[in-house]
Every structure is written in C-alpha cells, then in structure tokens.
Design a protein around this ligand. Structure first.
Ligand code: HEM
Length: 298
C-alpha cells in the first residue's frame, strides 16, 4: 500500500487503490442481500441463461449430426462429446457448469482487456500525433487500402512497439495473484500455506529505478530492440508469467492490430479538449470518464 503511494502513475486515482485493498471486506459482505449484490446475482443469472441457451442449441445440433462450429464453444463441446462417448458415461469430460465457466472466463478475460488496450492506444496516439503518423505510414506501406491479413500483420514493427509501450504504461490487468499451497521461503520470509501474493504490475511498470527518468513518458522507442532485450533487469508483466501466463496474448495482439490497422486506414484522430485523464481499475484499467476522441475521415 505504501509503495502504491510512492509511485506516480499519471492520472491514476488512488481512490481505486483504496477499493482494491478493501477487497477482503467486500468479499465478506458478498452474501448480504444488498442492492449491489442483488444486481450482481441478476446479471450472473442472465449471463448463465444466455450461455446455457447457446449450449443447448449446439448440443441439439451436434446430436442431430450437424458439423460443429469452428469456435471455442464448438471445440469444447466437441472434445467433451468425444470424451463421454469414449468412456461410455457422462462422469468424464466437463460438466455443463464447467463449460459455462470456461465461456465466461474467455469472454471476460478477452474482451475487457483487449478493448481497453485499444482504447489506451487511441488515447496515446491521439496525444502523440507523430507516432500516429508513423503507425499509419507503416500500415499504408504494408496494406495500402486493402483489408489486413495475418501475414501482413506480422510485418508491423512500429505497431508492435506502440502496443508494448501502451501495455507498459496502462496494463489492463494491473494485479496478478498467486496462492501458495505449501509453506515456502521467499528471501528471509517464510510464507505459510494459503498466503496470497499479489504483484502490482502498474507499480513495477512505473518504477524509475528500472525504466529510467522517462518512465512516465510514452516512448515506444524503448522497445525498438524487442521486448527480451529491453526487459533485461526490469519487470514487464502485461500478460503475467509462468504456467498461468495469459493464454490469449497472441490472439489479443492480432485482434488489436487488425482493429487498429482498419482505423488508421480510414481515420486520423486526436484527443478532444474535453478528455479528462483518470485511469481507473474497474477491474480492467480504463479511462474513468471515457476516451473523448475527435475522428476525421481520411
Ligand atoms: C491485451 C489483452 C490482454 C491482457 C493484457 C491480458 C492479461 C492477462 C493476465 C495478466 C493474465 C494473468 C496471468 C498470470 O496470472 O500470470 C491473464 C490470464 C488469462 N487470459 Fe488474458 N489478457 C489479454 C487478452 C486475453 C484474451 C484475448 C483472452 C482469450 C481469448 C485471454 C484469456 C485469458 C485466460 C483464459 C487467462 C487465465 C489463464 C490461466 O489462468 O491459466 N486473455 N490475461
């Protein structure tokens, strides 16, 4: 908590940090029939019902022998169906509850994060017009006015370093948690089983000792040599690390590149004077008062 107050992150509202550090209190209240809890339950039920009805339609179609859909739910249901068939009973494979949870996880983990990364990119390119011009020049050089394809996206070096710097300054996922299952040693500390360790990536990505005096500036050039060269001795964890590293990171970058290419081909944009800079964790890091941008058709 003390560290959070020592690091200056432009515009970050510490009020949020208060919320975050009160997480345990919020958790112990979550069974009370408060207005917010009731609303949360309603939304949860709506999401479940909606996913359930999609699953049921898919199961009926699969049982009728229709080809499975080429998407995540199709793959999950297909492999589940084969597993159950192979073992001859439904104790194998995922339960419908588990399939619903997987769908929720992928939707929420993938949508909020990538969406907010794109929003911060637009904000920063709306402020740093020289980088917007460089990104557009590269896009027009690679694609002209054609629709982007995967092969071409892999040639976008300027866009890569822009995304790396956006993810450093405004990591959509700011907190990474791990729970220790066995008593473990960390330096001089002995941590009992059950301890939750929390890494605040925003603090680490804004550490002057690691990143230098221009730590708070938008400077994609720092990633020119590639991420592995830059992070030597620094901590850079926009997608986490280790066995639980974000499973969707390559997909997220591909998706974001695709969207930004199409925007840069059609529009130039700048930040509106009405924009108020207030990064806010909700739970992904997003601009609290929205991203006011002025777009002009090219
Ligand atoms: C800019 C976009 C994204 C960011 C910044 C991001 C970041 C993260 C982070 C920090 C974690 C935790 C990693 C850890 O604990 O070490 C995570 C986990 C995860 N992400 Fe992403 N993510 C993004 C996009 C996506 C997308 C597009 C998908 C799916 C389509 C996705 C699916 C997941 C899943 C399923 C997990 C849990 C993995 C596990 O626990 O094994 N993410 N992500």
């Amino acid at each position: 908590m003390k560290a959070a107050h020592l690091i200056y992150i432009p515009g970050l509202r510490l009020k949020f940090q208060g919320h975050e550090y009160c997480a345990n209190k919020v958790r112990s209240d979550r069974f009370l029939p408060t207005k917010d809890n009731k609303r949360m339950k309603e939304i949860d039920q709506l999401v479940r019902d909606s996913i359930n009805s999609i699953i049921n339609k898919r199961i009926v179609a699969m049982e009728a022998g229709e080809a499975s859909h080429d998407d995540l739910l199709g793959i999950l249901l297909d492999s589940n169906y084969k597993e159950i068939k192979h073992h001859g009973n439904s104790n194998f494979g995922l339960s419908i509850e588990e399939v619903i949870e997987e769908c929720k996880l992928f939707y929420f983990a993938g949508q909020e994060t990538t969406g907010n990364m794109l929003v911060w990119t637009m904000i920063l390119l709306g402020q740093h017009l020289e980088w917007q011009t460089r990104a557009r020049e590269e896009v027009l050089h690679v694609f002209k006015d054609k629709a982007p394809d995967v092969e071409g996206l892999s040639h976008l070096k300027v866009m890569n370093i822009i995304f790396n710097e956006v993810l450093r300054l405004y990591s959509p996922v700011a907190l990474i948690r791990r729970q220790i299952h066995h008593e473990s040693k960390l330096g001089n500390l002995t941590l009992p089983a059950g301890t939750i360790i929390q890494i605040n990536t925003l603090i680490l990505h804004h550490d002057k000792d690691m990143w230098g005096e221009d730590v708070n500036e938008f400077n994609p050039r720092r990633f020119s040599e590639g991420v592995s060269k830059v992070i030597n001795g620094k901590v850079y964890l926009p997608f986490g690390s280790g066995p639980r590293i974000c499973i969707g990171q390559n997909f997220a970058i591909l998706e974001a590149k695709m969207a930004l290419v199409m925007i840069l081909q059609r529009f130039c944009f700048k930040l509106s004077p009405s924009y108020l800079h207030a990064p806010h964790l909700m739970p992904a890091l997003q601009p609290q008062f929205e991203a006011h941008l002025i777009l002009r058709k090219l």
